[in-house]
Write a protein that binds this ligand. Structure first.
Ligand SMILES: Cc1cc2nc3c(=O)[nH]c(=O)nc-3n(C[C@H](O)[C@H](O)[C@H](O)COP(=O)(O)OP(=O)(O)OC[C@H]3O[C@@H](n4cnc5c(N)ncnc54)[C@H](O)[C@@H]3O)c2cc1C
Length: 292
């Protein structure tokens, strides 16, 4: 009997990760789970720990590139009702880690609460956004995060108060195995005013992003005080193509892919960009995309 036979209702083998990631490419995960409740999640985490099986948590898959050879160990996807609730009390909004960030933004706005509108259009979940402190146009999720509930790799649940949390560009110290939910303290404002601001932000985003393409992703974080897209452009790489992956000719920090693109194409393109920018500007670009 395998260590996961007790969980066979929601654990399966050889799951194609392309189904669950924004870039829709890459291999399979050895084991894949969608636990229906927090209790099931805790039992699974403990059992995997006892069996020494490595665990990865999947949110919306919008910042993950899965290698063509796939992922060993267990991928846990926080999806379904138990993880996607959003509730609003006065100025405080609590969202499950599996809720879409876009739903958190739109529900807060509709309730006349301001603070999250700069995050409009960022794909993925609240959990992924908390882990990487999603940010845009000078605003980030950390700014209004009041507390977060997490689960350790022992399956214990802990509430982390604001006073313990540290957020910086692309990072947070929410580094326990699982983020379960977050609470955000927002400011009251007129819903029409927030919507107007969101629309303006959305127009700017649409200009930058190559939305007509099959799929696209941002490759690198911006080095301090600089713009990764400009550095890539200055290295003459706009439009460079390897296999079915190409550097966007709008913002060069976006990579676009056509049907048939493989993770190998994308990784080769990333390596080419890194070495050209290093040669030309003496700057080592850091990946924003996480490679599994
Ligand atoms: C078109 C496009 C535009 C983007 N624009 C922006 C932008 O403007 N600003 C920005 O900051 N980002 C941007 N991103 C990157 C991405 O959307 C964000 O990083 C997003 O917050 C990732 O969330 P996710 O749920 O998809 O996480 P995933 O990609 O699934 O995971 C990312 C990381 O978070 C971890 N994680 C996810 N959920 C949990 C959880 N519940 N508990 C513990 N760990 C977890 C994963 O293990 C992984 O390490 C963009 C991406 C795309 C494709």
């Amino acid at each position: 009997m395998s260590w996961w036979s007790d969980f066979s209702g929601f654990v399966r083998e050889n799951e194609p990760m392309a189904k669950h990631t924004w870039l829709a490419m890459g291999g399979r995960s050895e084991l894949y789970a969608e636990p229906p409740t927090v209790d099931d999640l805790a039992r699974l985490v403990k059992a995997a720990g006892q069996a020494a099986v490595p665990i990865r948590i999947l949110g919306g898959g919008s910042n993950i590139l899965v290698r063509d050879e796939g992922v060993s160990g267990l991928v846990i996807h926080l999806t379904g009702e138990a993880f996607e609730q959003i509730s609003i009390t006065d100025q405080s909004v609590t969202a499950g880690a599996g809720a879409k960030l876009g739903h958190l933004v739109s529900q807060s706005t509709a309730a006349g609460l301001s603070g999250l509108e700069t995050l409009v259009g960022i794909p993925g979940t609240v959990g992924g956004a908390l882990r990487g402190n999603a940010s845009a146009q000078g605003g980030d999720l950390g700014q209004c995060t009041q507390d977060a509930t997490v689960m350790t790799d022992q399956g214990d649940i802990i509430k982390r108060p604001r006073s313990e949390l540290v957020f910086s560009y692309g990072k947070s110290n929410l580094d326990e195995l699982v983020i379960l939910s977050g609470t955000f303290l927002l400011e009251p404002a007129a819903a029409e005013e927030i919507s107007r601001r969101m629309q303006q932000i959305w127009i700017v985003k649409k200009k930058e992003q190559p939305m007509a393409h099959q799929s696209y992703a941002r490759m690198f974080t911006d080095p301090r005080g600089m713009d990764a897209g400009e550095l890539i452009d200055q290295a003459g790489l706009k439009g460079t193509r390897i296999g079915a992956a190409e550097i966007s000719d709008r913002d060069a920090n976006y990579m676009i892919t056509d049907r048939g693109a493989t993770s190998d194409d994308v990784l080769k393109l990333i390596n080419l960009v890194r070495s050209r920018v290093l040669d030309r500007a003496d700057i080592e670009l850091e990946l924003e995309l996480e490679v599994w």
